[in-house]
Design a protein around this ligand. Structure first.
Ligand code: NCD
Length: 308
């Protein structure tokens, strides 16, 4: 496998292999010296056309902790602002012989466009509303650690599913790994292509979260909202927000996830976000381990994974 563009690129066995490799790297972050020589001499470029905190930082740190040379292309201060095309930008980067380029772009399909035109490996760090495969892998890793398994769990993905690349990649990966997935959202936030996924669809929160093992809350994607699809954020938070009242309708041991960044008080209440049921920071911690594992699998050729 040369690129990771969507969850469709990997089989269930390959996904489990990535999660198992991530376990070894998870331990590296707890060592006093958090550096391994695995990617010495390799070059990783972060090419982010959209804002990011978690994904960009964790890819950067993952590369650095593995001794790769990591460059963060700051699109805002690059020649993109002078009008340079995506094609010319990536061909320019290619001439410097990077091994892996991590791409985030507002246009669905941009990583695929790049991957078919360059020699380096491309990892998709989120493209438009299409896919965010590394987020799905880190969510699966978090879930497997918290619950000991993924097979047989029921996961309710709640909120702005229509515009969520996180929801699409999670639906594909979790079902591939044997979980049952529900899409729970008001009709205006459900994707037109729900039937393309092996999911149950609920338009009411109460029924949607009844009996589930995990609720995955999603951010309202203001930047992708063409016109207002919600009467008001207050109304949305009252009817679909994951707060204590909503959780009282779920199983007592139901856990809560959110990919971040959170709109506290909109799709998730501060009490829930900061409660022991919340896996939000576990997801961030997992992100680093999973991205180290991915860099290792894509560029580590022959190097040993750290012993656990
Ligand atoms: C997500 C993204 O960018 O798709 N963030 C992330 O990578 N953790 C979710 C979001 O922006 O809402």
């Amino acid at each position: 496998m040369k690129h990771l563009l969507t969850i469709d690129d990997i089989s269930a066995d390959e996904a489990i292999g990535i999660l198992d490799t991530s376990e070894a790297f998870f331990e590296v972050a707890k060592r006093p010296v958090k550096k391994v020589p695995t990617l010495r001499g390799k070059t990783v470029i972060n090419l982010f056309y959209e804002n990011s905190t978690r994904t960009r930082t964790s890819f950067e740190l993952a590369g650095k902790r593995m001794s790769a040379d990591v460059i963060n292309m700051s699109v805002a201060s690059s020649s993109v602002k002078k009008g340079e095309s995506l094609y010319d930008t990536v061909k320019t980067l290619e001439a410097m012989h990077p091994d892996i380029v991590i791409v985030r772009h507002g246009a669905s399909g941009a990583p695929q466009y790049i991957a078919s035109r360059v020699a380096f490996s491309v990892i998709n760090a989120g493209d438009g509303t299409h896919a965010h495969p590394t987020q799905a892998l880190l969510d699966a890793f978090t879930l497997r650690r918290a619950r000991g398994r993924i097979d047989g769990l029921t996961v309710a993905i709640c909120g702005d599913i229509a515009r969520s690349r996180v929801a699409r990649s999670n639906a594909l990966l979790l079902t591939k790994l044997g979980a049952k997935v529900r899409f729970v959202a008001p009709r205006t936030l459900l994707p037109a292509d729900s039937s393309a996924y092996d999911v149950e669809v609920y338009e009411e929160l109460e029924a949607g979260i009844a009996g589930v093992d995990v609720i995955m809350a999603l951010r309202i994607q203001h930047e992708r909202l063409a016109g207002s699809l919600l009467p008001s954020l207050r109304e949305y938070s009252r009817t679909f927000g994951i707060n204590d009242a909503a959780l009282s309708l779920a199983d007592p041991d139901c856990l809560v996830m959110h990919p971040g960044p959170m709109n506290r008080g909109v799709e998730i209440s501060p009490e829930v976000a900061d409660s022991p049921r919340s896996l939000v920071l576990n997801q961030v911690e997992a992100g680093l381990a999973v991205r180290m594992a991915l860099l290792y699998l894509f560029a580590g050729e022959g190097a040993d994974a750290p012993a656990d």
